[in-house]
Design a binder for this molecule. Structure first.
Ligand SMILES: [Zn+2]
Ligand SMILES: [Zn+2]
Length: 248
């Protein structure tokens, strides 16, 4: 039984306090092999599913085309999405641990992976921000994993970070529940707005999220930022999935 499965009942019993206690009591285990110390040990890190060409020049969805059907058909609001990995294997397990397993301690290592990727593959940037989470969902989870990743990226790359740029205007169902691309788009439409008092005119923004599936969440955020005059909006995620929504 994985660490995640063993801890899940304790987490639901004790909520956030229990989570903090568990972080202190249990050292991190590698999600790939169970070795103690890191969420991804050095051996498993060497085998991560690096995203290699061919992939869409805009949204990075893997496939033998210059632009995927979605990017070829509609104008995308974002300038592009970049990611170091394909969604699968150990990186998928690590993202699930951070996102659904309450393993907040996975964020520094995953954010560092993302920051190192950005240092090697720079994007135009005045400001790093995270895809926002509705306050209710944030209370339930105890943190916004995209925010933890974005903070670490900004530290690692020496870039400015703004934690209050965007707000959710209504809670969205987890993308996991939307089983078609159309449902996913409907699910996030109009759910993000620029926070009061924010001025992004002329700014080049990098938006961080854990994973890009259809790109519809990043599209919604970029739409709000571009409408407010942002010069460019790039999505930066740990992983991209194929063009079709996966089971999670
Ligand atoms: Zn390992
Ligand atoms: Zn594309």
């Amino acid at each position: 039984m994985s660490l995640l499965n063993r801890l899940a009942p304790l987490q639901s019993l004790f909520g956030q306090a229990g989570r903090g206690l568990l972080d202190a009591l249990y050292p991190l285990e590698c999600v790939g092999c169970g070795a103690t110390g890191k969420v991804i040990c050095d051996r498993c890190a060497a085998g991560l599913p690096v995203l290699l060409p061919p992939f869409c020049e805009i949204c990075s969805v893997p496939g033998d085309f210059a632009r995927c059907p979605a990017c070829a058909a509609n104008g995308r609001c974002f300038d592009g999405i970049r990611a170091p990995f394909q969604y699968g294997g150990v990186i998928r397990q690590a993202i699930l641990a951070l996102k659904y397993g309450g393993i907040k301690a996975a964020a520094p290592q995953l954010g560092t992976l993302l920051g190192d990727y950005l240092n090697d593959n720079p994007l135009p940037c005045d400001l790093v921000a995270a895809v926002p989470m509705h306050p209710r969902r944030r209370r339930e989870r105890g943190y916004n994993q995209a925010e933890l990743l974005a903070r670490q990226v900004s530290r690692r790359c020496g870039l400015s970070y703004d934690g209050g740029l965007l707000v959710r205007t209504r809670p969205v169902n987890p993308q996991a529940g939307a089983n078609s691309a159309a449902a996913r788009v409907a699910n996030v439409t109009d759910s993000v707005a620029l926070a009061d008092g924010q001025d992004v005119a002329g700014k080049r923004i990098i938006l961080v999220d854990d994973v890009a599936t259809t790109g519809s969440t990043l599209q919604t955020c970029a739409d709000a930022l571009k409408a407010a005059g942002a010069e460019s909006v790039w999505g930066l995620t740990l992983a991209v999935t194929g063009a079709r929504p996966s089971a999670e």
